[in-house]
Design a protein around this ligand. Structure first.
Ligand code: HAM
Length: 436
């Protein structure tokens, strides 16, 4: 029997996980600086949470849910995104209480599931790192959160990014705009794609981001939602833009940008990569404000703002920009044993080094010394310690700094003392002094 991974999923292999760990570690540093705390919620929730939260007319709910009935006949869905789950946790655990502070700033990182047609950068199981901020209506929160997104990508080393911003206004805005948009599109009904014809009355805003060429031609002249913002929403958006200018965060405005999830109000944004050679799917991060969602899910009226980026897409972008991932766990020492009588001792040495927090490796395949030295090179060991039969007899081990090729001998007994780490650092510093 030949087992294969399910369509649209990926194995993340040992030579790739270093990149994931780099992203996660770097992200944590930036998130710490912005004072976000991690939240972890289940990978599955009740189906209704998503149909209510994300919206029944969204593609995610109408076409892409991984849902099933469990043995207790509960309608369950694997989470297609993070926001609805986090809002559910916020309400269920009463995170709006004063002891939790305001605004509440959380982040999450993990797998999401959407039954999509798999293609490059579009998977059925993918990973998102996202943040949500609860309790602040202040436009400063919009700007802080978008600045965080840009800072994250900068910390990963990305340069070729565009931040695109729009406002969807409040409920009143969208009611007025919806009517105007339907009135504009109706005379073009016959020329719209089938999808857009279906959406025209259910969710007309989605016609604006149709991928169909003819639709795109038609919506070019569509009215702009920005002309329909209520006074309050217009003033909110003006403040957001002014603060972005003040903080010198570059952005462009696209009044036709809408989102595939139904919960957004006021500010929405996407971050795209302009890296050459990167295919059609260039949106790596998306988010915005959702002032009605907490109430929709059964909580007190609470504004929210957040975003998520796809880790797979981010890693593709890092590749497209040729960004080198630093090796976060270099090998300090490779211990070479010459002669079979040394193998018990080399094992002891490696274990003692590891106990001191020095990363160490040795041969476990009975390789000849030449092959062991080759492995040490391949693993980019900073130091090679070599133990021959003569050294073993005299109680020493050779210590070679690979950066300079300089070597010395140290006492084997030193390795077993509690403060060997200090000695290790000093020996290495002496042998590599010329390098600096
Ligand atoms: P979204 O636009 O559906 O938003 O997804 C955000 C990001 O997740 C996308 O820009 C993309 O990088 C990644 N992504 C989405 N679907 C796939 C897929 N099938 N394969 C690979 N990557 C994918 C949300 O999910 C919102 N919850 C974001 C948010 C948080 N808004 C407010 N708070």
């Amino acid at each position: 029997m030949n087992y294969k991974r399910p369509k649209g999923t990926a194995d993340i292999l040992p030579n790739e996980t270093k990149k994931w760990q780099f992203v996660e570690k770097t992200a944590k540093k930036v998130l710490d600086a912005y004072r976000f705390n991690e939240i972890r919620t289940p990978l599955f929730e009740s189906f209704d949470l998503f149909s209510r939260g994300v919206g029944e007319t969204s593609d995610i709910v109408s076409k892409e849910m991984y849902d099933f009935y469990d043995k207790g006949k509960r309608h369950i869905a694997l989470r297609p995104e993070g926001t609805a789950s986090i809002v559910r946790a916020y309400v269920e655990n009463k995170l709006y209480g004063p002891e939790h502070g305001k605004p509440l700033k959380v982040y999450y990182n993990g797998p999401m599931f959407r039954y999509e047609r798999p293609q490059s950068g579009r998977m059925r199981q993918f990973h998102q790192l996202g943040v949500e901020v609860f309790g602040s209506r202040n436009p400063e929160t919009d700007v802080e959160t978008m600045a965080l997104a840009m800072d994250l990508f900068r910390a990963f080393g990305l340069k070729q990014l565009t931040l695109v911003v729009n406002s969807l206004g409040d409920v009143e805005t969208r009611k007025a705009y919806r009517e105007a948009l339907i009135a504009f599109l109706e005379p073009h009904f016959e020329n719209l794609s089938k999808d857009s014809q279906e959406r025209l009355h259910k969710n007309p805003l989605r016609v604006l981001d149709s991928k169909d060429k003819k639709d795109q031609e038609i919506v070019k002249d569509a009215p702009s939602i920005l002309d329909y913002l209520t006074e309050e929403s217009a003033s909110h958006f003006e403040k957001v833009k002014a603060m972005m200018d003040d903080l010198e965060i570059p952005y462009t405005i696209d009044h036709r940008m809408v989102r595939g999830l139904d919960y957004y109000t006021d500010t929405i944004f996407e971050i795209m990569s302009d890296a050459p050679g990167f295919g059609a799917l260039t949106t790596i991060c998306a988010g915005g404000r959702y002032n009605g969602l907490v109430e929709e899910v059964g909580g007190p009226e609470t504004p929210g703002f957040g975003f998520a980026f796809g880790l797979e897409r981010l890693l593709m972008t890092l590749d497209a920009e040729n960004i080198e991932i630093p090796d976060e766990s270099p090998l300090d020492v490779y211990v070479v044993g010459i002669g079979s009588s040394t193998s018990a001792e080399t094992f002891k040495v490696v274990q003692a080094l590891r106990q001191q927090g020095i990363t160490a490796e040795k041969d476990f395949m009975n390789r000849k010394p030449k092959a062991q030295f080759k492995t040490a090179d391949k693993l980019k060991a900073r130091v090679v310690m070599t133990l021959g039969e003569d050294e073993l007899k005299e109680g020493t081990i050779s210590f070679k700094a690979m950066a300079t090729g300089k070597q010395t001998k140290i006492n084997l007994a030193d390795i077993y003392t509690d403060n060997f780490k200090n000695q290790f650092v000093q020996e290495l510093a002496v042998l590599t002094a010329d390098e600096k």
